[in-house]
Ligand binder design. Structure first.
Ligand code: PEP
Ligand code: MN
Length: 347
């Protein structure tokens, strides 16, 4: 790390920083410039928190050479992480992008099964559906709980699709693990550190959705919490950010986050154009954009009757609409696979 001292920092200030660093095993090199003194510290950053250095008089700025997300970073692992499921489905690396499809909330078994059967027939791999729903208003439908988990498990039995569902409370972890193949941590809980710790201690893959006001660094550090607690099977999901302009879209889908994350992390990342835009008609173009940007999968809300959906109907496709969109996305994927090379300057 590099510590830049204030222009009026005294020799004592520099010495105090040097002493602290050396007492934690760092090799220290001091460069005294005409205006600023810069301290170059080589050593294990985990032995000393940046806050301790920042708190010393005369310290202007600390710069880190390594990314703060150690386990999730490309520096640690240059190959893409590939997550494999019991039926051989794989997410990440050079594998074909996967599809996670289903209603926002699981409402009834019949509707769920209609979506699941259509998704399976098309060649999708995952059935998504919320049993525990985070809702902005306490008056809105917040999910059927374990009943919904049972419906998802029954639909899995019927179709063979793997199940993705959200966990909101760590006290439900064992129950959700019983039914789910992937545990979803929603955008609102991206920085619920106790929840991240809890899923970090279990063995199921986790989809971590990006918080609506989170930087890429915060997103990757949230993934780091899960990995640090023992679970390295993390799939990131870009689902849009709050922006100043919500007149036409619910969120601003950050497509550039996909190649940025691919550059700095080995973890797979999928795109969610339903929550990313809030608009049915934007699902197709934004799913395409996500795939072109390198997404390892697409999560789409599909409902058997979107007009009557209890949540997120406006951003859900009907089964018929999804069939059409899916066909187009697959044609795009076929083309992309022919061009799956990385330019040298991207390395
Ligand atoms: C969802 O996937 O239904 C959901 C609530 O997503 P997000 O956490 O991205 O809002
Ligand atoms: Mn939803």
């Amino acid at each position: 790390m590099i510590i830049i001292m204030e222009r009026n920092a005294t020799l004592e200030n520099v010495q105090a920083v040097t002493n602290l660093l050396e007492s934690h095993g760092f090799k220290v090199l001091v460069h005294t410039g005409e205006i600023y003194t810069v301290i170059n510290a080589l050593g294990d950053k985990t032995t000393l928190s940046a806050n301790r250095i920042e708190a010393l008089d005369g310290v202007k700025q600390i710069k880190f050479i390594r990314e703060p997300f150690r386990l999730a970073s490309r520096d640690r692992q240059s190959e893409d992480t590939v997550i494999e499921f019991e039926n051989g489905v794989k997410i990440g690396g050079a594998n074909r992008p996967v599809f996670m499809v289903g209603p926002c909330s699981v409402e009834d078994y019949d509707g769920l099964l209609q979506v699941a059967k259509a998704a399976k027939e098309l060649g999708c791999q995952f059935l998504r559906g919320g049993a525990f729903k985070p809702r902005t208003s306490p008056y809105d439908f917040d999910g059927l709980g374990e009943v919904a988990l049972k419906y998802l498990a029954d639909a899995k039995k019927e179709t063979g699709l793997l199940v993705v569902t959200e966990l909101m409370d760590s006290s439900d972890l064992d129950m959700v693990c019983e039914y789910a193949d992937i545990i979803q941590i929603g955008a609102r809980n991206m920085q619920n550190f106790k929840l991240l710790k809890a899923v970090g201690k279990c063995s199921k893959p986790v989809i971590l959705k990006r918080g609506a006001a989170s930087t890429i660094k915060e997103f990757l550090l949230a993934a780091e919490h899960i990995m640090y607690n023992g679970n390295e099977k993390v799939i990131l999901c870009e689902r849009g950010l709050k922006s100043f302009d919500n007149s036409y879209t619910r969120n601003l889908l950050d497509i550039s986050a996909i190649p940025v994350i691919k550059k700095y992390s080995h973890l797979p990342i999928i795109v969610d154009p339903s929550h990313g835009t809030g608009q049915r008609y934007l699902i197709e173009p934004m799913a395409k954009a996500g795939l072109v940007a390198g997404a390892d999968g697409v999560m789409v809300e599909v409902h058997h009757n979107p007009a009557c959906a209890l949540s997120d109907g406006k951003q859900s496709l009907s089964i018929e609409q999804f069939k059409q969109v899916f066909a187009k996305l697959n044609r795009l994927i076929d083309t992309l696979h022919l061009e799956n090379t990385v330019s040298e300057f991207c390395e």
